[in-house]
Design a protein around this ligand. Structure first.
Ligand code: RTP
Length: 132
């Protein structure tokens, strides 16, 4: 079975959305493999978002992701990466459809409450980074 990495970001955690987000993955048919609350260090955050280092918003993104605890999860299911991203919705909540997590719970791209791996390779790398 495929696995993916999903993380409720500090804004989603602070707003008390963890339970509702977990429920959506369970309702879809995913199986929860592991989960934990973690306060990221700046070094960990920079490593996680390494591929975005050249972006103008990188500093802001790292500041945001270390601003409070996150809830990191490993989910298992068929086509886990693709199905999880479908549940999560478009990166920019303004473009995310209703019924998706970002479509229903967020408005701003900089605080879009949740992350999901974008490929099997990213999932493997991120699972190792958070759950080694
Ligand atoms: P994620 O990694 O969080 O699941 O998001 P993604 O693949 O849909 O998007 P990605 O391009 O990897 O961007 C990572 C996160 O950076 C933030 N972002 N801010 N201020 C901006 O213009 C901007 N653009 C992207 C978002 O929070 C995005 O999830």
């Amino acid at each position: 079975m495929d696995r993916t990495f999903v993380m409720v970001k500090p804004d989603g955690f602070a707003r008390g959305l963890v339970g509702r987000i977990v429920a959506r993955f369970e309702e879809k048919g995913f199986k929860l493999v592991d989960a934990k609350v973690i306060q990221l260090t700046r070094q960990h955050a920079e490593h996680h978002y390494e591929h975005l280092r050249q972006k103008a918003f990188f500093g802001e993104l790292v500041d945001f992701i270390v601003s409070g605890p996150v809830f990191a999860m490993i989910w298992e299911g068929k086509d886990a990466v693709k199905n999880a991203r479908a549940l999560i919705g478009a990166t920019n909540p303004s473009e995310a459809l209703s019924g998706t997590i970002r479509g229903d719970f967020a408005t701003d791209v900089a605080s879009n409450i949740i992350h999901g791996s974008d490929s099997d390779e990213s999932a493997e790398r991120e699972i190792k980074l958070f759950f080694r």
